[in-house]
Design a protein around this ligand. Structure first.
Ligand code: ZN
Ligand code: CU
Length: 483
């Protein structure tokens, strides 16, 4: 009788730790990597010949908005097609749960980035959401954050004020419940209107329950433009006062007057890392994407509309061209299109490269899976880093893989993931070193990456021969408490 569920032979292994690549066979059984070595015979009915290909740990997407995609598109094609096997969801203050109050119609922006129908916000408790993910698993694993903006919408009377003592107490209860149900931390989106009025003190208070569990604080900071340094200091202060790790989400410096300032922010981050736990992630593009608003248009050199509820036909079109077609000013056009989303070209390529190349930067897509014409980061991020940016010489293959596996697993406390190691979960990606690259572009944003051969989650292939296999072995991962 065959001993192993699956054997991968003659692979070139890049193990996620930054160690140099090596040749080996890998045997998988019951969802785990059982043995790595040079086998005399395969000893399995399922053998993949990996000659000439790279076998790496499945990529961990450090920053996603896949909370609803896991339920509405459980094959997770935008992710598994580029080698992602685990997603961190619930970012930027936005989470699908808990919704004890339900959700107003229309959905309060920016919560509409994950679901524009109120009926999606149907989990009164975080636990019910986690149970749904366990009962109807997706193709990828996930680890979940609870969103502060969601908590505000669920507990507050007036979002334009800091939370009252009573409202803070309600939010703390919901945070506690989410952590108890398996959330690994909390995210904020202090940049967005429903959370902007929150003071640093409010955030610290709401996050109190994180301390006892050493849970994470991840943040879309208040300001990523002229105020970026103050926002970094605010983030570090929150981490210090609560004695918890912090993650600076999608680090960037926005707007022409701030171009080049990553030369200032990275040393500040590096210095903070010496005295407290700090992580950061980045996506490999010099355009951002979020909801459409006139205030954001000003600092961008170009704006593409990604979706519009009243005018779905303009998805993918330049705002200037839409204004011309509608015979309106750009500001009036924005008002006509709302609620809507957009891509903003407002970053400097030199900054993007400097941040990506920084040793401690993780890779996160920040993909928006429900946009009609999404930012190409949704389908392209991981392959673009391994292809385009590695070939520019920003890092070696071993370093690039580490940024999307070992480093990420360590930062988020995902034990037994992020490395090709005996006893670790069999989350794996097999790809061709020479041809891997992104295919999604701003013109054609929906396209599977090039060069991905097979993607395996918990021992089961989820992507083969350019399509999903239909297997959905994803698990809800929790954070290891003692750190
Ligand atoms: Zn964000
Ligand atoms: Cu985000």
């Amino acid at each position: 009788m065959a001993h192993y569920d699956l054997v991968i032979r003659n692979a070139t292994i890049v193990d996620g730790t930054r160690a140099p690549r090596f040749q080996a066979d890998v045997a998988i059984q019951k969802g785990r990597i059982q043995k790595i070595g040079s086998f005399e015979k395969a000893d399995s009915d399922h053998v993949i010949d990996a000659s000439g290909k790279i076998l790496a740990p499945g990529f961990i997407d450090a920053h996603t908005h896949d909370d609803r995609l896991m339920l509405s598109g459980p094959d997770m094609s935008p992710k598994v097609s580029q080698g992602v096997t685990t997603v961190i969801a619930g970012n930027c203050g936005i989470s699908l749960a808990p919704a004890p109050r339900g959700m107003p119609k229309p959905v309060t922006p920016p919560l509409d980035l994950i679901a524009d129908e109120s009926s999606w916000f149907r989990f009164p408790t975080f636990k019910q959401y986690v149970e749904e993910l366990r009962n109807k698993p997706a193709a990828t694993n996930c680890a979940l954050l609870v969103g502060h903006t969601m908590l505000r919408v669920q507990t507050m009377e007036d979002l334009e004020k800091p939370a009252s003592k009573g409202e803070i107490a309600k939010m703390q209860k919901l945070v506690d419940e989410a952590l108890e149900a398996g959330a690994i931390g909390l995210s904020t989106g202090l940049y967005y209107e429903p959370a902007r009025a929150a003071t640093t003190e409010e955030v610290i208070e709401v996050c109190q329950p994180l301390s006892a569990r050493n849970a994470l604080y991840c943040t879309h900071m208040r300001n990523e433009a002229e105020g970026v340094v103050d926002s970094l200091e605010e983030t570090f202060r929150i981490g210090r006062e609560l004695a918890i790790p912090v993650v600076v989400s999608h680090h960037k410096v926005l707007g022409v007057p701030n171009y080049g300032r990553s030369a200032e922010t990275l040393p500040i981050i590096e210095k903070a890392m010496r005295s407290q736990e700090v992580g950061l992630d980045c996506y490999p593009y010099c355009a951002s994407s979020t909801i459409l608003s006139w205030s954001r248009v000003g600092i961008a050199s170009k704006v593409l509309v990604t979706w519009s509820k009243p005018h779905p036909e303009v998805s993918g079109t330049d705002l200037k061209d839409i204004a011309r077609m509608m015979n309106l000013s750009e500001e009036e056009t924005v008002q006509k299109l709302l609620p809507a989303g957009a891509i903003y070209f407002s970053m400097d390529e030199t900054d993007v490269q400097r941040i990506l190349g920084f040793e401690r930067t993780m890779i996160g897509s920040d993909g928006l899976p429900h946009d009609a014409a999404p930012h190409p980061r949704l389908w392209g991020t991981f392959a673009r880093v391994l292809g385009h940016y590695r070939r520019l010489g920003l890092f070696s293959l071993e370093e690039a893989v580490h940024k999307m596996t070992g480093l990420t697993a360590r930062t988020f406390g995902l034990a037994g993931r992020g490395a090709v190691k005996e006893g670790f979960a069999a989350d794996l990606v097999l790809f061709d070193d020479a041809s891997i690259d992104d295919a999604a572009s701003f013109e054609k944003p929906v396209a599977p990456a090039k060069g991905i051969d097979t993607v395996i989650v918990n021992g089961e292939p989820v992507w083969r021969e350019g399509r999903p296999t239909g297997a959905r072995p994803g698990q809800v991962l929790t954070r290891i408490l003692s750190h």
